[in-house]
Design a protein around this ligand. Structure first.
Ligand code: ADP
Ligand code: ZN
Length: 728
């Protein structure tokens, strides 16, 4: 295939428009290369596209229009085009949607130009208003970042005239700045921490793998605090030394504050950030710099995997077991698995880091498909916390209380010693259920199959499925009796109330995602807690993820049984991981920690495995169960979700599909359902799911494509295919 097309030659262009084929255009003046980002006419519009190959020329050549212009962006490399194609095939996603995923950058291809940017000035404004204060706060919070007028006004929630007023007074400075400044260089030769024997050995193995220039995946397992981050930062250093780019994926943007500082300390400059909290201007700059190679290290959320790296040598997936790596709408992909795919195309190394690997990765490491490194001990004197169960059947607890006397005593000891305690409850809001004590009615969402959760902080009822909120009613919506609505069960807000009553002199902080307006506010809170700004931390799963709280020596798990119920095959795995992660928060520095699990079923195998620390035993038992059931990672699965405003219609189409299972039967696959999807109704749409199970080696995608193509879908019906669903 030619890689350059002379002016007038026919080229096939992939656009972001939902069309099922490449469009033919004539190459513009000066010609164009394969992979070039171009602007092409489509009807009356101009749309973005990528030159994908030669045109087909299968219709009237005189009607074919010309590419308008080649954009000023690094061309999409062959490697990237291959990657997008493979992800499209694997997830059964049309290519235009893949291209949209890979070009999420505003102003792609705009020429560099000067623009006005705004920073904190030196003067004080003559008069302070709320709006002015917000502008100044935004500028000081973002430190060195500069904003355009629109971005600043939007972020602060003010009109641009407020900003202009501050500029006049010198409180905000306005300057001309070229777009897309290069990033400061990261220096891998700066000294890292002195590694322990285990850590150094691990870093050496990863370093050698990177020097080999070949593909490989390594599972880096080690308890929280064992120094996995230190080890993979050395792998990053080696990658940078080789002049290749590195990508570190993190599950929560909330993690990055602490993390970015560590990276800066190691390499002398900030890495490139990529996540939903990054401003448009910075996104544009990041996208461009990644393509040109100027961004040496990207730290980001899962979508960073689709950035146009010029020469990617290493992908680290931190907390690789985290479920947020699975994208659950739009293109349904698992960033962990797609990272392995991308690395194999790019001859790069993958490091999967976790204290509690996913069963998939554990199995791949056992079978030798992945290499395995293990850090056995925690860094420094700190040991893994002691863990024990509090048998709730033996505890004397009044109703509507959740902190058992035994746990209370342990917290008191910590308070006296000036140490921190964490009370963990994976439930946001005040109470999970609001019930009418007159008629028994439970308040549910009008649009979903879910109960409304009371949030006292917001003073509203919230649906955790669709986000719908409404004020707390005065009278029961069902029987209309007044004053009988009562909360049932605890959420973190209610636990906070109880803790405040039990420990009136303690400083209590609540960490729950909905209590923070922004990732920045959350970061600030985490830092405050880490430096001793609270005695008791009450948190949801947000706290389970990688934050360092050096003063924390006690973790109390309020409801260790939560998550063990339910039909989800992965429930045991998730509970095991979550409990181990949470327990790992205790005793990170020089102090030993204690984790207490409140449970009504201390003899449950999962609780026993957590307490005894017999991880290998737990994984082996889980793996055996999955193998017997023929489910991932031993078999293949796909979920087909059909949604419609009409439940009956969704079931009818689902039933028709289930009956037309010829293409599946031909590959030996089975179809189950239709059944209500795990979330049966979202935003007023009824959801029905079919599950397809096949042997590991069966050509599942091709059969699925053939299968769903047989059924004509009414316009108001939506069908999505989820390869490797999270819940089965
Ligand atoms: P993990 O990623 O396994 O949770 P970290 O790399 O975050 O562990 O290490 C936990 C803490 O111990 C961090 O504060 C880290 O800086 C510190 N640490 C780990 N290894 C070393 C080392 N070799 N020298 C100094 N500090 C270390
Ligand atoms: Zn809802």
């Amino acid at each position: 295939m030619p890689s350059h097309f002379e002016e007038g030659a026919l080229v096939g262009v992939l656009t972001t428009q939902p069309l099922d084929r490449l469009l033919d255009y004539k190459a513009p003046e000066g010609g164009c290369f394969v992979g070039a980002f171009v602007e092409v006419p489509l009807g009356p519009r101009k749309v973005l596209g990528v030159v994908w190959g030669p045109g087909r020329g299968d219709f009237d050549i005189s009607k074919i229009r010309s590419v308008i212009r080649v954009l000023d962006a690094a061309p999409m490399l062959d490697e990237m085009r291959q990657f997008l194609g493979r992800v499209a095939d694997y997830t059964l996603t049309p290519m235009p949607a893949m291209l949209r995923l890979a070009t999420r950058s505003p102003g792609l291809g705009d020429p560099p130009s000067m623009r006005k940017v705004y920073r904190l000035g030196h003067a004080e404004p003559d008069r302070m208003t709320d709006a002015r204060r917000r502008v100044l706060e935004v500028l000081s919070e973002y430190g060195g970042l500069s904003f355009t007028l629109g971005e600043l006004a939007e972020t602060a929630g003010v009109t641009s005239s407020v900003v202009k007023g501050l500029v006049k007074q010198g409180a905000v400075s306005e300057e001309e700045s070229p777009r897309d400044l290069p990033y400061p260089r990261l220096d891998p030769e700066l000294p890292g921490k002195e590694l322990t024997g285990d850590q150094a050995a691990g870093a050496e193995v990863l370093g050698a793998a990177i020097r080999s220039g070949a593909y490989g995946t390594t599972l880096l397992k080690g308890v929280t605090g064992s120094g996995k981050t230190e080890v993979y930062l050395e792998a990053v250093a080696e990658c940078l030394r080789k002049g290749r780019q590195a990508l570190v994926l993190l599950p929560e943007i909330a993690l990055t504050a602490e993390f970015l500082k560590r990276v800066e300390a190691r390499f002398g400059a900030m890495p490139t950030e990529w996540h939903s909290g990054v401003t448009m201007t910075e996104r544009r700059r990041a996208w461009k710099m990644v393509g040109e190679g100027g961004a040496q290290l990207v730290v980001g959320a899962r979508s960073a995997l689709f950035l146009p790296f010029r020469d990617l040598g290493l992908i680290v997936i931190d907390e690789e077991h985290d479920t947020s790596y699975k994208q659950e709408d739009g293109v349904l992909y698992n960033a962990r698995d797609m990272a392995v795919l991308r690395a194999s195309i790019a001859s790069a190394q993958v490091v999967l880091a976790s204290a509690t690997p996913s069963l998939e990765s554990w199995v791949n490491a056992e079978s030798g498909k992945y290499s395995r490194l293990e850090l056995k001990s925690r860094f420094g004197a700190s040991e893994l916390p002691d863990m024990s169960a509090i048998d709730m059947r033996d505890e004397d607890l009044p109703s509507s209380s959740w902190v058992s006397p035994s746990l209370q005593a342990a917290v008191r000891e910590r308070l006296e010693a000036g140490e921190q305690s964490l009370l963990f409850l994976n439930r946001r809001g005040y109470a999970p259920v609001t019930i009418c004590r007159a008629c028994g009615h439970q308040i549910a969402c009008d649009h979903c199959d879910a109960r409304m959760v009371e949030h006292r902080f917001l003073k509203r009822l919230v649906c955790h499925q669709c986000g719908e909120t409404k004020p707390m009613p005065e009278v029961c919506p069902s029987c209309e009796v007044e004053g009988k609505l009562a909360p049932v069960g605890p959420g973190v807000e209610r636990l906070h109330e109880e803790a405040a009553a039990l420990f009136p002199d303690a400083r209590i902080a609540v960490l729950s995602s909905d209590l923070f307006g922004s990732a920045r506010a959350l970061k600030a809170k985490v830092e405050e807690i880490a430096s001793g700004g609270a005695d008791i931390v009450i948190g949801t799963q947000l706290v389970a993820k990688g934050h360092n709280f050096p003063l924390l020596t006690l973790v109390g798990v309020i409801d260790a049984d939560l998550g063990l119920q339910g039909s989800d095959l992965r429930a045991a795995e998730r509970t095991f991981q979550l409990m181990r992660q949470v327990a790992g928060r205790a005793g990170r520095a020089e102090r030993a920690g204690l984790a207490l699990l409140q449970t009504f079923q201390p003899e449950h195998p999962v609780i026993r495995a957590i307490l005894s620390g017999d991880e290998e035993g737990f994984w082996r038992a889980e793996a055996a169960e999955r193998k017997a059931a023929g489910v991932p990672p031993y078999g293949r699965m796909a979920g087909i979700v059909i949604s419609s405003p009409e439940a009956q219609q969704a079931f009818d189409i689902g039933g028709a599909l289930a009956r037309a299972d010829g293409p599946l039967r031909r590959i030996g696959a089975q179809v189950f359902g239709p059944a209500p999807a795990p979330i049966a109704r979202i935003r007023g749409r009824h959801r029905v799911r079919l599950l397809v199970k096949a042997e590991k080696t069966a050509p599942l995608q091709a059969a699925l494509a053939q299968w769903v193509a047989q059924v004509r879908l009414p316009a108001n019906l939506r069908l999505s295919i989820d390869i490797d669903p999270q819940n089965f």
